[in-house]
Design a protein around this ligand. Structure first.
Ligand SMILES: NC(=O)c1ccc[n+]([C@@H]2O[C@H](COP(=O)([O-])OP(=O)(O)OC[C@H]3O[C@@H](n4cnc5c(N)ncnc54)[C@H](OP(=O)(O)O)[C@@H]3O)[C@@H](O)[C@H]2O)c1
Length: 339
């Protein structure tokens, strides 16, 4: 299985780490030999070799901030055009982990259409293309008979998409309610412990959970992107941001949070959806709701089913290795189905 990796930051390198950790055992148990044939970045350029790149040397170079590997290969290409290597016959699968643009989905959206239309499977960590045109991409993948998998985009390595779409055969998921943004959950947890919003946000930034501009998380747009992705995956519906009602946690005060505690409630930023639409809004949940006790950067989702009641899944919602693991687990599924 020859892999072209687009984006080699925290997630791309997490994926390479999981690949390195698991390659020996997978070769022994499944005869599965994944091989990286190319890596695309923005500032470090692109490296491509249809004969395969040495995984350990590649990881070391990326950790040192470059892609200048010494290679004795006659087929190596440095900085080829991305659109050309996306079409290369040596590539079986494209793993997309470049930055998210939820307005245009680009440049990843173009990369993915090119890959699918040239017979490559695609695995995504990048939410942008799915938010903009998830249903279009799913239809394209189906029409060319290739996989389009995106477990990493919602709750990282915690299998939220797999549980809803494959984990409850015979039941119908009629709705979901979740804590799908770890940064806001961390801030609400800290506020519930007595801190102010500003103190909690500063700590989230210091620990690397929140961006310098935290508005995408705090105002609810990251959670809304995940509502759009889950709605496409579960209900086959392409929502837009304009169709969602989105409010974040910026208006919540410390006194509201302390008041809720006295009433045995916990404020959470809830992202929810049904076939009819979706919403992101802060809710004071009673403490006996499973989501009320999900704290810190943890994420969770409760699926409502027609014949099996509610099912709740809790786990990490971000992290380079966790998200890299989600990409890897999709890769394994593709291997089992297609190779
Ligand atoms: N981090 C998480 O926990 C997490 C969880 C779920 C999903 N995601 C998603 O996973 C993706 C990657 O996240 P990350 O944290 O790994 O980001 P990151 O650390 O910023 O890495 C992004 C990588 O993409 C490369 N890149 C930038 N622009 C590009 C372009 N136009 N074409 C090709 N490559 C480009 C960057 O190149 P340089 O190396 O030259 O900068 C870098 O290697 C994002 O879409 C993110 O939303 C992340």
């Amino acid at each position: 299985m020859n892999i072209l990796l687009i984006g080699a930051g925290s997630v791309g390198q997490g994926f390479l780490k999981v690949l390195a950790l698991r390659s020996q055992s997978l070769q022994e148990s499944h005869g599965f030999v994944p091989r990286i044939v190319g890596v695309v970045t923005r500032s470090k350029g692109t490296l491509f070799d249809e004969a395969g790149l040495p995984l350990d040397a590649l990881r070391t170079a990326l950790q040192n901030g470059h892609l200048d590997l010494t290679l004795n290969s006659s087929t190596v290409q440095r900085n080829p055009a991305i659109q050309t290597i996306l079409q290369h016959s040596a590539v079986d699968i494209v793993v997309e982990a470049s930055p998210t643009n939820v307005q245009t989905g680009q440049p990843a959206l173009d990369y993915i259409y090119t890959a699918l239309n040239h017979g490559k499977h695609v695995v995504l960590a990048n939410k942008g293309p799915l938010v903009v045109d998830g249903i279009g991409l799913m239809r394209c993948a189906e029409s060319v008979g290739k996989a389009l998998d995106y477990e990493a985009t919602v709750m990282a390595g915690t299998p939220a998409i797999r549980l809803a779409t494959k984990g409850l055969p015979g039941a119908q998921v009629t709705g979901f309610r979740g804590i799908l943004n770890g940064t806001t959950n961390f801030i609400l947890t800290k506020m519930s412990e007595g801190g102010s919003f500003d103190e909690a946000l500063a700590e989230a930034q210091r620990l690397g959970y929140a961006e310098t501009d935290p508005s995408g998380d705090v105002d609810g747009w990251d959670a809304a992107a995940k509502v759009i992705i889950l709605s496409a995956a579960i209900f086959g519906v392409q929502l837009t941001f304009e169709q969602l009602s989105v409010s974040g946690i910026g208006e919540l005060t410390s006194s509201q949070i302390q008041q809720a505690k006295m009433e045995r409630k916990r404020w959470k930023l809830i992202a929810e959806g049904t076939r009819e639409g979706g919403r992101v809004h802060p809710v004071a949940l009673p403490v006996d709701d499973p989501l009320a006790n999900v704290n810190g950067t943890l994420n969770a989702v409760t699926y409502t089913t027609d014949i099996n009641g509610d099912v709740t899944l809790v786990g990490a919602g971000a992290g380079g290795q966790e998200t890299g693991f989600a990409l890897f687990s999709n890769l394994l599924e593709i291997y089992e189905q297609f190779f």
